[in-house]
Design a protein around this ligand. Structure first.
Ligand code: LLP
Length: 383
């Protein structure tokens, strides 16, 4: 819950808007960078989680690298001061234009997702008389035990190369003289809170690095990807991702050899709890079976509940107490799926009440759309 000074400030603002608590963001970044620094781990921020300029500026000030999945993300990272020597570029469908841009920018490494892509990067690098650093993204077939739509590391997923394709990867690496093999990359999914999953990933990474070394490819970089989850149910009482346990698992279970670097690509855990979507109740519809709170924000501002059945805490900032009523909290968009959550217990609510949808710092603003020709909403920041 926000304190009254903040809620009073919200009263005069046009809704909806994203609210970023820069203090929470700073504390989270401190916790993350302190926990990783203990073991000398390298952290890249996954730009896709939130590329709001002020958010990027603060993250960059902590000296972390950037994990990008498009040419424009590479461009934004460099424009916001991220060290290009700490930029990694993943993505299953990098276009020639994007690869050329990243080659010209001299990024740290391409996380390559297929044998064909290795050849394309090699050709484009050769044309520029350059050598491209590459890591092979391996699909380790490890179940992330998260929502099906945000699972990426199973055989059925489109990402990375499968283990049975590794001999072809080795052949391609031998042929491609404009590539420099740096290491191996993984990303098995998102919103993972079960540390056992990361233990399984470590086991698989250990096997994979042995495979490459046995085939004559020294592995300098072990990139474990991202995925660390946050507590969407308790943003106030458990507002920090468990960075300590997360990095400790890799410290304890990853077989790190002398001279090797361990890299991470965290998105959600770094930004999710610092953001909220603030909206107003436009209408209250009391029905025989259902009561609806119709907000001025919808799936165009936060699509996660509609796309992944994701839970977000919903609070009425205008009423601290009152008779509790169950509402379906919905948006104004002309789609039945435009519902943030059904049967939410809230104090009796009225037109004009301010509603906060919490933990919206990751994958909210960046996934906004202009569907129904909606306005692009503003962002508001705490000091
Ligand atoms: N590295 C790679 C290669 C990725 O694909 C992702 C996320 C990350 C790192 C960062 O993962 P994180 O630490 O944020 O879990 N829109 C979905 C999440 C999609 C994640 C896509 N990849 C959501 O709202 O839950």
């Amino acid at each position: 819950m926000f304190n009254t000074t903040i809620t009073n400030k919200f009263k005069d603002l046009e809704t909806p808007f994203y609210y970023y608590d820069m203090g929470v963001l700073r504390q989270t970044l401190e916790a993350c960078t302190n926990a990783s620094a203990k073991y000398g781990f390298h952290v890249h921020y996954a730009m896709k989680a939130n590329f709001n300029p002020k958010v990027l500026d603060m993250i960059q000030s902590f000296g972390v690298g950037a994990d990008c999945v498009s040419g424009n993300e590479v461009k934004a990272a460099i424009e916001h001061g991220f060290d290009k020597g700490k930029v990694v570029f993943a993505g299953v469908g990098k276009s020639d234009k994007e690869i050329n841009f990243a080659l010209d920018a001299d990024i740290f490494c391409f996380n390559v997702e297929s044998v064909q892509e290795l050849h394309i990067i090699n050709d484009l690098a050769k044309a520029k008389n350059k050598k491209a650093n590459v890591a092979i993204r391996i699909n380790p077939n490890v179940d992330a035990h998260t929502h099906h739509f945000i699972t990426t590391g199973l055989d059925e997923n489109k990402f990375g190369v499968n283990i049975w394709q590794l001999p072809d990867v080795a052949n391609a690496l031998r042929e491609c003289t404009s590539l420099q093999f740096l290491g191996i990359h993984f990303h098995i999914g998102s919103q993972i809170t079960d540390m056992e999953v990361y233990k399984s990933l470590c086991t698989r990474i250990n096997e994979m690095q042995d495979w490459f070394e046995d085939h004559g490819f020294p592995v300098k970089v072990l990139n474990t990807g991202g995925g660390l989850g946050v507590d969407y149910h308790n943003p106030d009482t458990n507002g920090m991702a468990d960075f300590e346990s997360y990095f400790e698992v890799f410290k304890n279970f990853l077989n790190v050899k002398p001279g090797q670097e361990v890299h991470f690509e965290l998105g959600r855990a770094m930004v999710a709890q610092s953001g909220s979507l603030i909206s107003r109740v436009l209408y209250v519809k009391n029905g025989q079976k259902k009561n609806f709170l119709i907000l001025d924000a919808g799936m165009t501002e936060l699509i996660r509940p509609m796309l992944y059945q994701a839970y977000h805490d919903i609070e009425n900032l205008s009423r601290e107490s009152g008779q509790s009523i169950k509402y379906d909290v919905v948006g104004p968009i002309c789609e039945s799926t435009d519902c943030f959550r059904k049967d939410v217990d809230l104090p009796e609510s009225f037109r004009g009440d301010l509603i906060a949808i919490r933990t919206a710092g990751a994958y909210a603003e960046v996934m906004a759309s202009g569907y129904n020709l909606r306005d692009k909403v503003q962002s508001v920041y705490s000091a």
